[in-house]
Write a protein that binds this ligand. Structure first.
Ligand code: GSH
Length: 63
């Protein structure tokens, strides 16, 4: 299943979140904060550029 790592206050995050809802795609939501979660080592493994959102699927990571 798709995993969306995002932060609700970010417009860039919301674009992806809304698209998934509109297309009725099933996804797991992982809500993070921009108060430092983007620098968590586990998050940096997914996106070294420390930006949200991230859409993670079996095909790879889309930032
Ligand atoms: N290219 C990305 C940019 C995403 C982006 O700039 N996200 C910001 C929040 S709106 C972010 O995560 N900033 C955290 C940081 O730079 O440390 C997109 O268009 O979605």
């Amino acid at each position: 299943m798709l995993k969306l790592y995002h932060t609700p206050l970010s417009f860039n995050s919301r674009r992806v979140w809304v698209m998934l809802l509109e297309k009725q795609v099933e996804f797991e939501e992982i809500i993070l904060s921009l108060q430092g979660d983007q620098f968590d080592p586990e998050f940096l493994k997914l996106n070294p550029f420390h930006q949200m959102s991230i859409l993670n699927s079996k095909l790879g990571v889309n930032a």
